[in-house]
Write a protein that binds this ligand. Structure first.
Ligand SMILES: [Fe+2]
Ligand SMILES: [Fe+2]
Length: 167
């Protein structure tokens, strides 16, 4: 996946990932680091294969790697991290060989990964076939709440938490 290699070497990717790690070094709750990005990418790939959705894998990986990249801007400037991530993605993706349509699809998936709408759809058990929905589900499935020491204080509702191992 040559274009994914381009993303992980991109200066903006590396710099912003380092910022996330610096801001979250003492964080008790879930972190937004490379381990999380790769968990989401691999779970998204599993969903894509299991449900035979046929979404291009580079788009899944691009969305997963970039979806929380702007998290540190939420801490430093109060910008919502889905918007910060979308803005970073729209700069990074064209440099890495993604065309306008592909960039728009990834940016849209990142913007909606925290949306009320996505949450409601997920609660109702609706399984969308698109990139945004797979990113949303993979993001949520990737958190090991069942072993998290901060579980009692987490803002996620009990019904959102992963109380058993998934994937
Ligand atoms: Fe997020
Ligand atoms: Fe995430």
């Amino acid at each position: 996946m040559e274009r994914i290699d381009n993303i992980i070497k991109h200066t903006l990717f590396v710099e912003n990932l380092n910022q996330n790690m610096a801001w979250e070094a003492e964080r008790r709750f879930c972190r937004h680091d490379l381990a999380h990005f790769l968990d989401v990418a691999r779970i998204a790939r599993i969903i894509n294969l299991e449900e035979r959705l046929g979404i291009e894998e580079e788009l899944l990986y691009a969305a997963a790697l970039l979806h929380d990249l702007g998290r540190h801007l939420q801490y430093s400037d109060g910008i919502s991290h889905e918007k910060a991530g979308a803005a970073l993605a729209s700069k990074i993706l064209p440099d890495c060989g993604f065309d306008r349509k592909e960039t728009e699809a990834v940016v849209e998936a990142i913007i909606s990964h925290r949306g009320q709408e996505a949450e409601e759809r997920n609660r109702a058990g609706v399984k969308g076939q698109n990139l945004a929905n797979v990113l949303y589900r993979a993001d949520k499935a990737g958190r090991p709440c069942f072993l998290c020491p901060a579980r009692q204080d987490c803002h996620w509702g009990e019904e959102q938490k992963n109380l058993v191992l998934r994937y």
